[in-house]
Design a binder for this molecule. Structure first.
Ligand code: PEP
Ligand code: MG
Length: 592
């Protein structure tokens, strides 16, 4: 049993079998085995060799006519598989050294290499490479390594362990088949983590080397509350975590039970709490968790999953469904934010060296006007069916808004002349996620009906921290005095111009920050639906006057460490212990 710690990406406890995916390279997992397990290990080894043999034979039979003559290479690989120095030697080593098949293969390979090391002949050297290839194939087979996410063959739910899961992979994850996941890459604000939280799937990310530490089919525990993973848990750990899982589920039920209570502080400050969503399947979760509407509907999904570009009518019917099912609540539809770590299969973007600073979001849309037009038409048409608000991502200054509004005006005229219904008074919002948007918030506020602060990107761009790079994610600091000042500046500029200011970045749904955001005077918080009940609970236990005094105090501090210490102290003294909020205070992991 091994206990490993990383970043808590999505709360909950998952206990199940590993489904290993996408390992960066095949590393040898070395395990000693008990004498009584030797026959089983030899059998496992033989089975893996047979499967590779079958695969190679199949490949030979499928070779196109023009390259059939090269089948000799594959035939020689089959021979190598059964070579005495590889096959017999490995079986012998499993028995005499009591090691697992992978380790035995590596030892056998070391001997072969030593034997051939003094030979300079290039033909022999190439054969050595062939043997290495065959050995690696068997190792991968033994480790059960897959390279793409295909869950069709599994008949029981699994825990995915992967080097990385692309947002597109995550979109294919269904709750029935996936109990949880662990990845080597990623941070709390990578889209994969955001989606895991939306779907309520426990996840731990940024766990270095996890793909080399477990095998497909082995038991594993994912503790998404503590950011902890237990590989091959013993009976006691299994018992302990089953209890914790039960407790957590009971806690969630209780929290959800109160989710429709209003988000009002003890001194009567009313703040709107809404949900971020991306998939139609999330609608029941959004409603059940007490959202007062959708503060951020990410629209990348349809562009990321289908093989062809979605048409205006397809977009319209998807948006209409969301709007109608959430009626009478408002739905804020954000226009396409493709680029960065969200790549679309349907859009052929040039590969960029620095995609986060590249042709992303509004820049991309203003560049690809045809695509943008289709989406704007679809959103406007959906506005005839409920309370729709429009939100533009990655705006950096007024000129983009001037272009956007000109285009929007043209499209409205077009729709009118076609006799299509829409709401001409639709509210227009700007995401504040680029530092220059903060600095010109007074100007931008005159171009919009509301602001929504996107802290995921605002922090990335202001602190120069790549939000998907786990190597720098410890530097990603929402409580940096510079970040706090930017939030305050945005709220104040918006309010001076008489518009509402909300926040839809992940920061809005983190318990520790809730009193600070209340104290900043935000009008709306939008977050993954799972976080709504606990956020509302914290709001109901808060006094807004006291929170604004806390904010004045924090804004006078000169380091993130000082701010964090004070924020944690405030939290501990004002809110009773709670399953989802105390753990992260202890470990300091969940708040990244
Ligand atoms: C943000 O940047 O905070 C945000 C909400 O948008 P996204 O995470 O989709 O970039
Ligand atoms: Mg963003």
């Amino acid at each position: 049993m091994e206990i490993l710690k990383a970043i808590a990406a999505s709360p909950g406890i998952a206990i199940g079998k590993v489904f290993l995916l996408n390992a960066k390279r095949i590393k040898t997992i070395k395990k000693k085995i008990a004498p009584e397990d030797v026959p089983r290990e030899k059998e496992r080894f033989e089975r893996a060799v047979c499967r590779i043999e079958d695969q190679l034979k199949q490949l030979i039979s499928e070779l196109p006519e023009e390259i059939k003559e090269h089948s000799n290479i594959l035939k020689s690989h089959i021979l190598m598989l059964r070579d005495k120095m590889v096959y017999d030697k490995s079986l012998h080593l499993i028995e005499t050294r009591q090691v697992n098949g992978e380790w035995a293969l590596e030892l056998a390979m070391d001997e072969i290499k030593a034997l051939f090391s003094s030979i300079k002949d290039s033909y022999i050297r190439e054969r050595l490479e062939d043997i290495g290839f065959v050995v690696n194939k068997v190792k991968a087979e033994l480790a059960g390594t897959e390279t793409r996410l295909d869950l069709s063959s599994i008949d029981e739910p699994v825990i995915i362990v992967a080097r990385n899961l692309s947002p597109a992979d995550t979109l294919h994850i269904s709750k029935e088949k996936v109990l949880g996941f662990v990845t080597e890459l990623g941070s709390r604000t990578s889209h994969t983590a955001i989606l895991a939280r939306s779907l309520g799937i426990p996840a731990v990310v940024g766990l270095d080397d996890i793909t080399s530490k477990c095998l497909s089919g082995e038991m594993i525990i994912v503790d998404g509350l503590l950011g902890q993973v237990v590989v091959e848990p013993d009976q006691e750990a299994l018992r302990e975590y089953s209890l914790k899982q039960e407790k957590y589920l009971a806690y969630r039920l209780e929290v959800i039970h109160n989710s429709n209570l209003p988000a009002e502080t003890t001194d009567g400050y009313r703040i709107k709490v809404k949900a971020n969503m991306e998939l139609v399947e999330e609608i029941p979760i959004v409603i059940q968790h007490g959202a007062e509407g959708v503060g951020l509907f990410r629209t990348e999904f349809l562009y990321m999953t289908s093989k062809t570009l979605p048409t205006e009518d397809q977009l319209f019917s998807a948006y209409r469904e969301v709007v109608e099912r959430l009626k009478p609540y408002p739905v804020t539809i954000r226009t396409l934010d493709i680029g960065g770590d969200k790549l679309a299969t349907t859009i052929c973007c040039e590969e960029e060296i620095n995609p986060a600073l590249g042709l992303r979001a509004i820049r991309f849309c203003l560049h690809e006007k045809g695509l943008f037009r289709a989406q704007l038409r679809a959103i406007l048409r959906a506005s005839a069916f409920g309370d729709v608000r429009l939100l533009f991502p990655m705006v950096s200054g007024k000129s983009e808004m001037v272009q956007v509004k000109r285009l929007l005006g043209q499209i409205m005229d077009e729709l009118e002349s076609e006799g299509k219904d829409f709401n001409r008074q639709i509210k227009i919002g700007i995401m504040i996620e680029v530092p220059t948007a903060v600095l010109t918030a007074d100007i931008l506020a005159r171009e919009a009906d509301f602001f929504s602060i996107g802290t995921n990107d605002l922090i990335q761009y202001s602190l120069a921290i790549d939000r998907v790079n786990e190597a720098v994610c410890h530097l990603y600091e929402p409580l940096h005095p510079g970040v706090l000042r930017m939030i305050k500046m945005t709220v104040d500029s918006g309010h001076r111009e008489g518009i509402e200011v909300g926040m839809c970045g992940e920061m809005a749904g983190e318990p520790l920050y809730v009193p600070i955001l209340l104290g900043m005077g935000l009008d709306e918080l939008s977050m993954n639906a799972m976080a709504i009940p606990k956020t509302k609970k914290i709001i109901r236990q808060s006094d807004q006057e006291e929170c604004s005094r806390l904010v004045s105090e924090l804004l006078g501090m000169d380091s993130a460490t000082q701010v964090k210490e004070r924020a944690i102290e405030f939290f501990r003294t004002h809110y009773p212990p709670d399953m989802e909020t105390t753990d992260f205070l202890e470990f300091g992991q969940g708040i990244r």
